[in-house]
Design a protein around this ligand. Structure first.
Ligand code: SAM
Length: 192
């Protein structure tokens, strides 16, 4: 298969961007798969900030890091990603979002348009030039389409001189397949 699956593509973008020593953000820690992936990329000098509003997700993520001996590379915060600006004060190389609910957990706890957009806006300010925000957008659940549409509307109006915005999506898959939105910061600009 030549066309990369959506999750593989998202990981490849991150892998191509993150270097040892970088500061990165997992905006939706969940079961901690992305937090671990990022911790493996940043090395001992780097730092992952992982956010989740569910205590159980924070605990699972911490355990996953401990099982892999990488807990010293990550700060796992029981906070919403809309608070990212309160916790991250260094230039960020990459940030990852998996929108939607945590599989195997409460399907009522989902990411929401306003908080997701707030976090993207703040991360755009924190991002280094050449840094990436990668969102995997799940939209099959109740509330998913509203969030998908709000995020697309927000990122579509970002000025291309400053941010390149990409959508990677299979058009003929059934059942609301997830897709990727990636934002690459090209230049600093006066974000309000
Ligand atoms: N990346 C995760 C993994 O590797 O397992 C899956 C993430 S899951 C699709 C979405 C997660 O976002 C859930 O764990 C949910 O609790 C979390 N979430 C919902 N609202 C949030 C918010 N405002 N800030 C941070 N996390 C949030």
């Amino acid at each position: 298969m030549k066309l990369q699956r959506v999750l593989q593509y998202a990981q490849q973008l991150i892998k191509d961007t993150v270097e040892e020593g970088d500061t990165v953000v997992d905006a939706t820690a969940g079961n901690g798969h992305d937090t671990l992936f990022l911790a493996q990329l940043v090395g001992d000098e780097g730092q992952v900030y992982a956010f989740d509003v569910q205590k159980s997700a924070v605990d699972v993520t911490l355990h996953r890091l401990l099982d892999n001996g990488l807990e010293h590379r990550a700060l796992v915060l029981h906070r919403g990603h809309e608070e990212v600006a309160n916790y991250v004060h260094k230039p960020v190389a990459a940030a990852v979002f998996n929108l939607g609910y945590l599989p195997g957990s409460d399907h009522d706890i989902i990411t929401t348009p306003n908080t997701t957009i707030q976090a993207i806006e703040d991360l755009l300010k924190l991002l280094k030039i050449g840094g990436l925000i990668v969102l995997v957008i799940y939209h099959g659940h109740l509330g998913g389409k509203e969030e998908r549409d709000a995020v697309i509307e927000y990122v579509s109006q970002l000025p291309q001189k400053y941010v390149h915005v990409l959508k990677y999506e299979f058009l003929n898959q059934q059942n609301d397949p997830p897709f990727v939105i990636a934002l690459e910061k090209m230049k600093d600009y006066p974000l309000s």
